[in-house]
Design a protein around this ligand. Structure first.
Ligand code: PMP
Length: 426
């Protein structure tokens, strides 16, 4: 099967590296030898600078569930730009959005930021200010954005020892960050027993930065109960999960946190993140002595795009349809793997899923380190070469949008079958 020609992307890359370190504006975009340089998208498809068309299942790392160029978003954004993209002071419609979020996500108070990184960073500050304690716990392999204190144990190429996952982060900055193992309540309990000054625990309630690893039954219940007993504020990082189902992780897990942070798909592709939680915790901001600021916080473009996204596009009915398509994609992959007796497994939930080149779905970060990354890269480059973007990286997952249809799923599965057959015979 012939592969798409991406020579122009290659030459864009060769030019870019002279001006932009690594040729990309986010380290994670360089997965193969050079990235695709994309030009535009429409519905479930994107086009690169060579003019190739791809059916996209990455959907901007899950931020584009509304589909590219969604007319409802386009109209709202154009109208808003005409009235002023950002006005300074407080935008009148931010209250409307706060009310929508409160109802949908079962929270009492809401503050807006622009990116996931900002939101998790501020959530930690709020939790520490509330609990008046300085240590925090995170879980191995969970990613909470690119800020210093939580950038620990997220890079599978790095060792399991507690080390910053980036140069430029002093050891002192992560001194108060403690690390527990996902799906291991004993490791969490041990940390609590051995440390007295823990103010917060943060986690992705369904781990989506090592593929897709749901919590074991009762694990989150145990984490929340132990936290409550020890006055530890519980933060769910729902930057991803918040948009994977109508009410986010609450549709799948049995417990509620004190703070939720939500982002990615919530504003139809515009930058908006939400820090939301219980009145008692969020009220700590009322004193004015806990800093949370941002020029672009709750800007009109993001606020109005979010209102349209939540009220008119990502409705319960839309999720019903997207989940059905996801089951179709998942079943198709499982059938192919079984038919080929391939050493691979699928983890899938709501509107996302992933393939592990390993005989079982990992339960935690150390098991995740056993997946065959070389095989995944081979699969990825072949799928891309045949016009399917299956996901963005081996620790990522596919995300369906309202623009995907059965034909997209069928095309994906046909190409996946051919690709996996080749991988099997290598
Ligand atoms: N939290 C989680 C769970 C994420 O997956 C990400 C990004 N993939 C972030 C935080 C950071 O979000 P952003 O890239 O918008 O800063």
């Amino acid at each position: 099967m012939e592969m798409l020609n991406t020579e122009k992307s290659r030459s864009f890359y060769e030019e870019a590296i002279d001006h932009v370190p690594m040729g990309v504006n986010s380290n994670y975009r360089l997965v193969l030898n050079y990235p695709l340089y994309l030009k535009r998208g429409k519905g479930s498809k994107v086009w690169d600078v060579d003019g190739n068309e791809y059916i996209d299942f990455n959907m901007a790392y899950g931020a584009m569930e509304v589909g590219y160029g969604n007319p409802l978003i386009v109209n709202e954004v154009v109208k808003t730009v005409e009235e002023g993209s950002i006005l300074g002071f407080e935008y009148c419609k931010a209250i409307e959005l706060a009310k929508i979020i409160k109802k949908r996500y079962n929270v009492d108070m809401v503050r807006f930021s622009s990116t996931g990184t900002e939101a998790t960073m501020h959530s930690i500050r709020i939790a520490r200010a509330y609990s008046r304690k300085k240590k925090i716990i995170k879980f191995e392999g969970h990613y909470h954005g690119s800020h210093d204190q939580l950038l620990v144990n997220v890079d599978p190429e790095k060792s399991m020892v507690k080390l910053p996952s980036s140069e430029g982060i002093p050891e002192e900055v992560i001194k108060n960050t403690l690390i527990a193992e996902w799906n291991n309540l004993e490791s969490f309990e041990k940390i609590i027993r051995e440390n007295k000054d823990i103010g917060a625990v943060i986690m992705e309630p369904i781990a989506m930065n090592m593929g897709l690893i749901p919590p074991d039954k009762d694990f989150l219940k145990g984490v929340v109960e132990l936290s409550r007993e020890n006055n530890i504020t519980v933060i769910f990082d729902e930057i991803k999960t918040g948009g994977k189902s109508f009410s986010g992780a609450s549709d799948y897990v049995e417990v509620e946190p004190d703070i939720k942070v939500i982002g990615k798909s919530i504003a139809g592709g515009l930058p908006l993140s939400v820090i939301a939680g219980k009145r008692e915790v969020m009220s700590i901001l009322n004193s004015g002595r806990v800093a949370h600021g941002g020029t672009f916080n709750a800007n009109p473009l993001s606020v109005r795009a979010a209102i349209v996204t939540l009220e008119k596009i990502l409705t319960e009915n839309a999720f019903y349809k997207m989940k059905r398509l996801n089951r179709m994609l998942t079943r198709g992959y499982n059938d192919i793997i079984e038919d080929l007796s391939l050493e691979a497994s699928i983890s899938s939930l709501a509107i996302s899923g992933t393939i592990y080149f390993h005989n079982k779905v990992p339960k935690n970060y150390s098991e995740f380190l056993n997946v065959d990354v070389e095989k995944w890269r081979n699969y990825f480059s072949k799928m891309m070469g045949r016009g399917i973007i299956p996901m963005a990286d081996y620790d990522e997952q596919w995300t369906l949008s309202i623009a995907h249809d059965e034909k997209d799923i069928e095309n994906h599965l046909t190409i996946a079958e051919n690709t996996l057959k080749e991988i099997k015979s290598l």
